[in-house]
Design a protein around this ligand. Sequence first.
Ligand code: SAH
Length: 259
Amino acid sequence: MNDTTATGAVTLVGAGPGDPELLTLKAVRALQAATLVLADDLVGDEVLALASPRARIVHVGKRGGCRSTPQAFIEKLMISAAREGEQVVRLKGGDPFVFGRGGEEVERLRAAGVPVAVVNGITAGLAAVTSLGVPLTHREHAQGVVFVTGHPRRGGEGPDWHSLAQAARQSRLTLVIYMGVRGVAAIQQQLLAALPAETPAAVVQRASLPGQRHAVTTLGELAATIEREQLASPSVIVVGDVLRGVAAVRAQPARTRAG
Ligand code: SAH
């Protein structure tokens, strides 16, 4: 601890789904005030270009095929930099508090006595659904939304897909599945236990970024569509009747965003 302790701080900033125009003004201000930026994998160069030229930018993702920086190391780095008086921005894809381990980071920082603030970002699921021109909720089709991860914590249990499917059916909920592409066959099988095979489904890869692709299909055809169209991470899977608003709901080939 030293005199500068009080001046350093950490801000967890949501970088949004990729398009820099989807950043909040608060996010841009935090980037301009930062002296150190710790950037996740999914954060693109156009967003990083908005950081102050005097800021050091450290990539803590899996860029270049390297293993991602261990979480404990990132947390230690944030704590020691803030204690040295740095204005640290921890830049995370989407929203920092949606599947971004932002909650864990905030707990560690608070426990270390480091001032911490959080700036929301547009979460990928929201951008993905909007890019299809349909809403997440709709008075006719969906009374709510479930954001759920398809990738359980190592050694832990994943979501109870059967119960989720039942809830989605009974309460008319849109399911928005992050990190679900790899395990889609099992997810599809379990959802089908309670949802009809004709339930509309969609996959959006790289929402809001150049090279965005999507396919609209049905729950019964979901895994086959992903395989055929070679849709891969980062992708969001959407299941629910809100997708009835996307033209005709039948297997459509993956489309690339125009422009
Ligand atoms: N905090 C992030 C989510 C981090 S988990 C958020 O709020 O968006 C990483 C997962 O997010 C990816 O595996 C993918 O499912 C999803 N994702 C992130 N960016 C995406 C994008 N541009 N398009 C589609 N999915 C994306």
